[in-house]
Design a binder for this molecule. Structure first.
Ligand SMILES: O=C(O)[C@H](O)[C@@H](O)[C@H](O)[C@H](O)COP(=O)(O)O
Length: 234
């Protein structure tokens, strides 16, 4: 059984997005005030789009904010499945247009071949990351730590000291590049952003054991090093 930390519940996604955007913007500006720059890691998928839009209007010093992704599908940045495309279209808009975004996809043919270049792209990011926003799939994956990936790839994602890893999920489209567990936990604050009853029951199932191979989100929930606040809305 995993001991739950902070769980915030909202009646609707709009209320959640307003509060989470406020929290993230506050943390980023605080980092800039204290350390001169800030870093933000966001997830792709469908859940965070309105959060991105809300954040993009916040009045903070966006030109001092470095943004990257928790994971990326190995597709071109214009592809409909690209997480970078989502970030460009929904987050790097309005006031946030001046943020420094570095994506994870590059010109190499595979994520394995592109790992070093992607790692170099993140070299000047403030670490630990100030804020990491994660999503969760209905199979209990987060980032691209898929339970259906070959065992050695999941082991690598969960155990490597490297920043990034390559994953080929068995049951999800596209090869992926993903932050490792160590990279994600190397942050000041993690938010887990969940919407809907299905995600709530998957989350409760995740809390029942600490075996991350079955449900890799447990690798984030079953630790005490980095604070994880769960933001859930109906
Ligand atoms: O590229 C991705 O797919 C993500 O980064 C992934 O980890 C996502 O956060 C979850 O799959 C939830 O996705 P939804 O928000 O679409 O449910």
């Amino acid at each position: 059984m995993i001991k739950e930390t902070v769980f915030k519940s909202f009646d609707n996604p709009t209320a959640l997005e307003a509060q989470l955007a406020e929290r993230i913007a506050g943390a980023l500006q605080n980092a800039i005030d204290n350390r001169g720059k800030a870093s933000l890691v966001v997830s792709g998928g469908s859940t965070p789009l309105k959060l991105f839009a809300e954040l993009s209007h916040k009045m903070i010093d966006w030109s001092d904010v470095y943004i990257t992704l928790a994971d990326e599908r190995w597709v071109d940045a214009e592809d409909k499945d690209s997480n970078e495309r989502l970030v460009r279209e929904h987050l790097l808009q309005n006031r946030a247009a001046s943020a420094k975004f570095r994506g994870l996809k590059n010109m190499f043919a595979t994520p394995e071949a592109g790992l070093s270049m992607a790692t170099e792209q993140l070299a000047n990011f403030p670490r630990p990351f100030d804020v990491v926003v994660l999503g969760m799939g209905n199979d209990g994956h987060t980032c691209s730590w898929f339970p259906c990936a070959p065992e050695e790839q999941l082991t690598e994602a969960l155990e490597t000291d490297a920043l990034l890893c390559a994953v080929h999920p068995g049951n999800a489209p596209h090869a992926r590049i993903s932050l490792s567990r160590k990279a994600v936990l190397g942050s000041r604050q993690i938010y887990l952003h969940l919407v809907g009853e299905t995600k709530l029951s998957v989350y409760h199932q995740a809390l029942e054991s600490d075996d991350p191979r079955e449900m890799p989100i447990r690798a984030v929930l079953a630790q005490h090093k980095t604070p994880v606040d769960v933001f859930w809305s109906a």
